[in-house]
Structure formats: structure tokens, C-alpha cells
Design a protein around this ligand. Structure first.
Ligand code: HAM
Length: 418
């Protein structure tokens, strides 16, 4: 029996690569424009990092981690998200002692043992950005604007920013108590998961997808009615900066995010056209995480976008990919001396940076032309004894059908193709 890929993983095949490359390029370009530098971190970390960093009451830590014991009997986990990893690295490498704000981004794969469905896989890719140092609403706005410019840069228009504040260590306990009291009065109607969340993390009941819990959550106390003065002022200022910057948002009291580290501002970029897993990305402020992981008190804000969901949104909106500006050439030799001439020319063109191929299979000219077309070449040149004798050939543009004559040497061909 043939071996299949693990459930919830995907092969990204050559035909899909241009979309992935485009998304990655837009992410990198926008990150650079906003002053973020790239960071890379290990694919697996000590399990304790996520238990402490992401939080023991989260779905991720409770049921979704790929955890294994290594040969030294240490518990290791494939990274389920990047924020805890970046914070570990910031603390371990003392990056907080350098210039602040410290702005870092990553394009990495992550692993969560979730039930696969459209837009939800067990291995997935994120573009994540983390900004350490400032606790200002301006820093929140900058993170949101960066996420927004990536989404817009991809041509995605139907995405809505959901915004909320879940308060800080001062105001959240009272809000949590109010929520607990409210949901306790509906205990019998809640699903089993939400009943257990009532004790561990009542905020998470707010984003339960079950219709009954969701209807109950509609009437729950709102976090923004329980914010302390600082959190309220911060939230109001953020909203006014976003409005000034022309970023549309909806206030969503049920946007609470599924990770324990958030404090204050939380947000999600939601798209209506990609099915049930509608969040293109999300993030928020996590002012306590660096200290939790053994570093100094260092406020932070960040977000991550899911790359496959960005591509799904582009497809749903039929957002075009930019056409590649580079020309390429297929040289089809008609046997004999033309084969060695084509091989030499092809090599000379490659050293000049031109994407070029010639026949390495010994097949007919017709089969070669079919291959040239299928493999996306822009130009084809057929060369036989006549062309070799004349030192000239005809270049056919495979997109337009147009034919032009050119000298049969590497410099002339490179100039004609580029
Ligand atoms: P998250 O909401 O868990 O946040 O993930 C962010 C995005 O990653 C999601 O909105 C989604 O697009 C994508 N994603 C997550 N899980 C999957 C999956 N199983 N399959 C496909 N795509 C997925 C975080 O991970 C936080 N670390 C974000 C953050 C950074 N907060 C502050 N800084």
C-alpha cells in the first residue's frame, strides 16, 4: 500500500507555489516597511514553554499539542504558535536590553492536533509580528495597520477587523466574576465544554460556537463595560487612531481570543467568504508574558495571519496574482549538431541569469514544444542546421504568438528574452 501524508497536512504543489510566494513576499515587504526584522526559532521547544506561555486552560495546551519525549526523557512539543517562542528567545538572548521598540516578525509553520476542516489543518503557516517595549495605543494601532496592509496588499477587500479590549490584571477579575455569575445562572443550558470553562476560563464561553451557548453569550456582560480607567482610555485612543487612519472596525465584545496571555486590546481579521474558519488572523496585547517567562516587565503587542486562509480569501475574491515580469526561453534543437549547440547556449544563458531549458530527453520537436508551453516558458526557439548555418533564429512568444528574428548567440538571445 502506498504511504499517504498525515491527516491534516498538505503538500504545496508547484502550481500553488506562485500564490504562496506572493503572499510571503507581501508579508516580508510590509514587515520591512513597518520596521520589523525577521526572527527564526526552533520547530520544537520544551513543553513547559507552551504550558506556561500559552496557558494551561487553553485548547492548545489541553488537547492540541504534538508532544513527545526525547531520548533524554525530556518533554518536547512541536511549536503550536509563535508568540511564546519569540518571547522565550527575547528573554534567553537578552534582546530586551537593545533598542526598543523591538519589532520582530516570522514566517513559520506550526502544529496543532485539531480536527481538520476547510481552513484548519494540523500543520499550518503563519506570518506573525511581535512588538516589544511600548504599551501605547499607537503601538497597537501600528500592529493592526501592518496586518491590514498585508491583507490589502494581497488584494483582499472583504475582511472586517473585529476589535475588543479584555482588560488588565486590575479590571479583568471583576469582569470574570460578573461573567461567571451570569453563565452560572444558565449552567444547565451550557454545553459540557462551557460548563468546565465556567471554572477555568469563563471568557472563552463567549466564543463558543454552539448555537445555545452563543445565544446565552449574546446577553452576557460586556468586557468594555468593566474596563478600568487606564484600559478604557487606551481603548478609546486606539479606536480614534484607527478611525483617523481610515481603518474600519467593528467592536466585538465576544472577540476574546483563545490564548491565555492576552491583556487589554484583542482583535481578529475576519473574512466572510472562506467558511467556518473565518479568521484570517488575530492578535492582541500581552503585557505579562515576557515577565512570566523570566524576563523583565516588558509590554508587547502582536498578531499572526494564517497563510492558507489568506490564499483562500484571495481565491474567494478572485484577487489576481501579479504576472511574473521575467521572460524565459525554451530552445528546441532538431537533432544532430543543434543538440550540442542548444546545450551550450542554454548554459550560457543560465550564467546570464535567464531561465532557460533545452531538451534532455531526446524527444521530437513537437513533444518539446508541448513541454515548453506546459512548463510556462515565454519564448521558444527552434534550431536546426539552417539556423546554425545562418547564425540566426526565430523567437516565438508563446503568450502572444508573435515571432521575431534574432542572432543565435547568448547575448542576443538574453537581450531579446528579458
Ligand atoms: P491564533 O488565533 O491561534 O493566534 O492564530 C492566528 C491565525 O493562524 C488564525 O487566525 C488562523 O488564520 C491561523 N491558524 C491558526 N490555527 C490554524 C490551523 N489549525 N489551521 C490553519 N490556520 C490556522 C496565534 O497563534 C497568536 N500567536 C497570534 C499572536 C501573535 N498574538 C500575539 N502575537
Amino acid at each position: 500500500m502506498s504511504i499517504k501524508k498525515p491527516r491534516g497536512t498538505s503538500d504545496i504543489l508547484p502550481a500553488e507555489i506562485p500564490a504562496w510566494r506572493f503572499v510571503e513576499e507581501v508579508c516580508r515587504r510590509q514587515a520591512a516597511i513597518y520596521g520589523f526584522s525577521e526572527i527564526r526559532f526552533p520547530t520544537f521547544e520544551c513543553t513547559e514553554l507552551f504550558a506556561r506561555g500559552v496557558g494551561g486552560t487553553t485548547d492548545i495546551v489541553q488537547k492540541e499539542m504534538y508532544t513527545f519525549t526525547d531520548k533524554d526523557e525530556r518533554s518536547m512539543t512541536l511549536r503550536p504558535e509563535g508568540t511564546a517562542c519569540v518571547c522565550r528567545s527575547v528573554v534567553e538572548n537578552g534582546l530586551y536590553a537593545g533598542a526598543l521598540p523591538l519589532k520582530l516578525f516570522y514566517l513559520s509553520n506550526f502544529f496543532r492536533y485539531e480536527k481538520p476542516q476547510a481552513g484548519r489543518t494540523r500543520e499550518f503557516f503563519q506570518f506573525g509580528c511581535e512588538c516589544f517595549g511600548p504599551s501605547t495605543p499607537q503601538a497597537d494601532a501600528e500592529a493592526i495597520l501592518l496586518g491590514d496592509s498585508v491583507i490589502r496588499g494581497l488584494g483582499i477587500r472583504g475582511c472586517v477587523l473585529h476589535l475588543n479590549s479584555i482588560g488588565c490584571a486590575d479590571c479583568r477579575p471583576a469582569y470574570r466574576a460578573a461573567l461567571k455569575e451570569y453563565f452560572a445562572s444558565h449552567y444547565d443550558e451550557l454545553c459540557d465544554t462551557c460548563r468546565s470553562r465556567l471554572e477555568t476560563n469563563p471568557l472563552r464561553i463567549l466564543d463558543c460556537k454552539s448555537p445555545v451557548c452563543s445565544a446565552i453569550a449574546d446577553g452576557a456582560p460586556r468586557t468594555t463595560d468593566h474596563l478600568c480607567e487606564n484600559c478604557r482610555a487606551h481603548y478609546e485612543e486606539l479606536k480614534s487612531i484607527l478611525a483617523q487612519s481610515g481603518v474600519e472596525y467593528v467592536e466585538d465584545p465576544r472577540c476574546v481570543r483563545g490564548l491565555d496571555y492576552y491583556t487589554g486590546t484583542v482583535f481578529e481579521f475576519v473574512h466572510g467568504g472562506i467558511g467556518a474558519q473565518a479568521a484570517l488572523g488575530g492578535g492582541g496585547r500581552y503585557n505579562g508574558l515576557i515577565a512570566e517567562l523570566g524576563g523583565p516587565e516588558l509590554p508587547a503587542i502582536g498578531f499572526a495571519l494564517g497563510l492558507s486562509r489568506l490564499i483562500m480569501a484571495m481565491e474567494a475574491e478572485k484577487a489576481p496574482l501579479p504576472a511574473s515580469g521575467e521572460g524565459s526561453l525554451y530552445i528546441a534543437p532538431l537533432g544532430g549538431d543543434a543538440v550540442s549547440a542548444a546545450t551550450l547556449l542554454c548554459q550560457q544563458l543560465r550564467t546570464r541569469g535567464v531561465r532557460c531549458e533545452t531538451d534532455i530527453t531526446g524527444r521530437s520537436a513537437k513533444a518539446q514544444l508541448k513541454y515548453a508551453d506546459k512548463s510556462g516558458h515565454t519564448y521558444v526557439a527552434v534550431i536546426g542546421t539552417d539556423e546554425l548555418a545562418a547564425g540566426k533564429c526565430e523567437l516565438k512568444n508563446l503568450r502572444t504568438g508573435e515571432k521575431t528574428g534574432t542572432a543565435l548567440d547568448a547575448d542576443s538571445l538574453a537581450a531579446a528574452v528579458k
